[in-house]
Design a protein around this ligand. Structure first.
Ligand code: GLC
Length: 716
């Protein structure tokens, strides 16, 4: 987002008029509505609110700020619009599996329309924390394990929220969060410690944030976690050296909820005053909800612990956001709230997004269903309006949420329904009998199982990530009837499905698909559209395997094909001597990039425009893909590269590009990628971003474990 002179002039003119109290007030964000908050507005002691969920309250608060304070500086109103507002789209992890930047951008645009109409100007999204630990509840909000994909999709979200003019009636300011490394929490426990070496920071965790900055994200949010012993909200390396000095970022940085005063609990600050000092000096421009800035900044300034220049810079960043949102000229939204909310076009878009987010993991030629099939709908998530939308769905209008049961019962299929269990975590099996009886009397059992919404999202990490409750037993009981089973899994994370995998004939991983979950599942199971989703996180066989991700290092003793299972022999002549497990395959249960369709696709060996490029050159890679089946599909073609030898060890594979390609039955398409040497850059031993010469492998493949590579070299 470019800084325009007129805005800077306006900022400085206003800044010169502001008292110290008014300046500190702009750095203060409060939540909700109460008498104290109203009093703070009147005193000019608050610059922003989150969670003012009644549009009339929002208008009243804005009127107070604009018309009853000395300078009339408008409030910026925020909300967590994470995957939709009233029309809930699939959770971000699901949306990421569409690999469809345009679809994701449009979904965020729709969310912005609905939220702006309800008085909000700013959303705390996209969440672009690289997530490689499915025990972590917030993997649900993430865009997966890969820096390139997370960066591309996060940028699409920024564009969708902000558009070309974030002040427009259908746009919001975006907020790239949580800076940085939140997903690397030890043990997958939320808010936990992270230790991230600088090279991993620069080559894995920061790139999505740089992509959001390049896409024009107006704001950023600091994380709860400590990073290498320094809390993220006091971290000069990330907040000043990276964000301001290296990236020249001129947006506004807000803390996370209480992350400033949590420095006391971290054992990093003696008290609230010291935590406020650390955050202000690190460059947290606005503090969320504790009021620590308003309480202590004046005293800190008087003591010389913070400077007026630091205060002024923070206030400039806050005012710049408000000018960029045109709030001084247009503080009140005058659009039609009801007109945009939950309109048919929004619901249709949510249904399309849900379809493209679901990933077909197994299909013993069971799907699509035949129109004449009788279907026994079974499972605790078959009719679960709130649970099917997943985490961060506080603005859901429950009756608008369409379940699988409702969708099938309004279709031409002959169906029966038995929940089998009252909820996903229920251990009461009295409902099994009806489920089993229905399965006996049907051609196909379609079972909708998984996690209720509360099992993922913030502070909801799990040590075991299998199907909760007695769902596995329910699936086994239904499968034992001999009726074919199609499993639909709704969850906020990859689950370890274990023995179930071999007992069912098809698995559609639906994640938490949102308001239109039911119609989207029906569309795919009935064959109206083929599944096209591809995994953006690796699925472990078991929780003991975590972390498992595709771009791993090779190690000095890489596992070999034969390295699996308990070896023969005795302790005297053990086999193996490689980095693998005795008791489980070292690779993912389902790898990054994987997903089936209702057809089959062949890939030619990639051809290259050249087998040698300079460190500033580029090449073009081609691959012919053919739909060898009789169903139209979308194929997500993925370009991977491996740097065989570096001055530091390099991953065995890295995603460098991808394309969604529509293929009619029998159609052959030539997919073309341009790969620049710069895309091969990484940070070397001296922490410089370099392109090194040497030999590389290149794959064009349907997922991260498929295909054979071709070689090329980079020459200085
Ligand atoms: C929460 C989350 C953050 C969210 C903020 C406001 O604790 O960590 O992602 O935007 O507080 O709700």
């Amino acid at each position: 987002m470019t800084t325009t002179f007129p805005i800077e002039e306006k900022i400085n003119t206003l800044l010169r008029q502001m008292t110290l109290n008014e300046k500190i007030g702009q750095m203060n964000q409060l939540s909700g509505t109460n008498e104290y908050n109203e009093e703070m507005i009147r005193k000019g002691a608050v610059g922003s609110f989150l969670n003012v969920s009644d549009v009339d309250d929002a208008k009243r608060y804005q009127k107070l700020a604009v018309e009853e304070t000395r300078l009339g500086i408008p409030l910026v109103m925020a909300r967590d619009v994470i995957h939709g507002f009233k029309t809930l789209f699939p959770i971000p992890l699901a949306q990421s599996c569409s690999w469809n930047e345009g679809l994701i951008e449009e979904g965020c645009h729709i969310a912005a329309k609905e939220a702006k109409a309800h008085g909000y100007h700013w959303t705390f999204a996209p969440m672009i924390d690289i997530s490689r630990d499915p025990r972590w509840g917030r993997i649900a909000e993430s865009l997966g394990e890969d820096p390139l994909l997370c960066g591309r999709l996060g940028a699409a979200m920024v564009r969708g929220f902000q558009g070309d003019d974030p002040a427009a009636d259908d746009r919001l300011a975006a907020c790239a969060k949580h800076l940085v490394g939140y997903g690397a929490a030890e043990g997958g426990r939320d808010y936990n410690t992270t230790i991230i070496p600088e090279r991993s920071m620069r080559d894995t965790y920061l790139p999505p944030f740089k992509a959001s900055v390049d896409a024009g994200a107006l704001t950023m949010m600091s994380a709860f976690n400590e990073i290498n012993d320094i809390p993220a909200s006091a971290n000069h390396f990330t907040l000043k050296q990276i964000l301001r000095d290296e990236w020249k970022y001129d947006g506004m940085v807000v803390s996370d909820w209480g992350s400033v005063t949590e420095m006391i609990s971290h054992g990093f600050a003696q008290d609230e005053k010291e935590s406020a000092k650390e955050a202000i000096n690190a460059g947290i421009d606005m503090e969320m909800v504790t009021g620590s800035y308003v309480k202590h900044a004046k005293e800190l300034l008087a003591e010389g612990a913070i400077s007026m220049e630091t205060i002024d810079n923070a206030v400039r960043n806050v005012l710049r956001l408000k000018f960029r949102l045109n709030l001084f000229e247009n503080p009140y939204f005058t659009g039609d709230t009801e007109e945009v909310t939950l309109c048919q076009s929004h619901l249709d878009a949510a249904r399309k997004a849900a379809r493209e987010s679901m990933v077909l993991l197994k299909n013993n030629y069971m799907l699509p269903l035949k129109a004449e099939n009788t279907v026994a709908l079974i499972g605790p998530l078959t009719h679960a309006k709130e649970d099917q939308v997943g985490c961060w769905s506080m603005d859901l209008v429950s009756e608008s949420s369409v379940t699988v049961k409702e969708a099938f019962e309004s279709s031409a299929f002959s169906t029966t329904f038995a929940a089998g269990l009252d909820s996903p975590r229920s251990t009461e099996t009295k409902g099994f009998a009806k489920a089993i009886a229905n399965a006996h009397n049907a051609d196909i059992a379609v079972m909708i199982v998984g996690e209720d919404a509360i099992l993922s999202g913030e502070s909801h990490s799990r040590a075991f990530i299998d199907l909760p409750g007695k769902q596995t037993q329910l699936i086994e009981a239904v499968a034992a009837t001999g009726t074919k089973v199609v499993l639909v899994v709704m969850a906020g994370r990859p689950l370890t499905l274990g023995s179930v995998l071999d007992k069912v004939d098809a698995i559609l991983y639906a994640w938490h698909p949102g308001t239109m979950a039911g119609p989207a599942v029906l569309d795919l199971l009935s064959g109206i559209e083929s599944p096209s989703g591809r995994l953006t996180v690796s699925f472990p066989h078991t929780v003991g395997q975590i972390p498992v991700y595709y771009s791993r290092k090779n190690t000095g003793r890489p596992p070999r094909e034969e390295d699996r299972g308990i070896p023969a022999g005795t302790p005297l002549n053990p086999e193996g001597f490689a980095s693998y497990y005795l008791d489980v395959d070292f690779r993912a249960q389902f790898p990054f990039g994987f997903g089936l369709t209702y057809s089959t696709v062949t890939y030619s060996t990639p051809s290259l425009s050249t087998n040698s490029i300079s460190t500033t050159g580029s090449l073009t890679a081609f691959c012919e893909i053919t739909n060898t089946g009789d169903t139209p599909i979308h194929e997500v073609v993925q370009l991977y590269v491996r740097d065989l030898v570096g001055t530091v060890t390099r991953p065995i594979k890295e995603l460098k590009d991808f394309k969604r390609v529509a293929l009619a039955p029998g159609e052959t398409a030539t997919v073309k990628f341009t790969l620049t040497a710069d895309q091969l850059a990484f940070h070397n031993r001296d922490m410089q971003r370099v392109v090194e010469s040497g030999e590389f492998h290149l794959w064009i493949a349907p997922h991260s474990e498929a295909g054979d590579p071709v070689s090329f070299t980079v020459k200085t």
